[in-house]
Design a protein. Structure first.
Length: 86
């Protein structure tokens, strides 16, 4: 059962624990406690769900390859703004 009853009184420390839960950085007992809290607290579950969506989007974005010509365009700009002395 939630100790905040979804009334907006979950604090930053509670959210930090939820982030640790998402990161897999908790003990089995702590995991059970967070799961119970999420089951009883719509406010925290909403934040948890949002964080899950954000993490999926970031992970997907990190696996997409940049266009092939991007590296060359960046290097061209670097070289044109910072000429090498002979």
């Amino acid at each position: 059962m939630s100790d905040c009853q979804g009334l907006g009184d979950c604090d930053d420390a509670r959210m930090q624990r939820i982030y640790e839960y998402l990161d897999g950085a908790l003990t089995h007992d702590d995991i059970a406690e967070i799961k119970d809290h999420l089951d009883g607290c719509p406010e925290c579950f909403e934040q948890y769900d949002l964080e899950c969506v954000i993490r999926v989007m970031v992970k997907r974005s990190c696996t997409e390859a940049a266009p092939a010509n991007l590296k060359n365009a960046i290097l061209d700009r670097i070289h044109s703004s910072n000429p090498v002395e002979a």
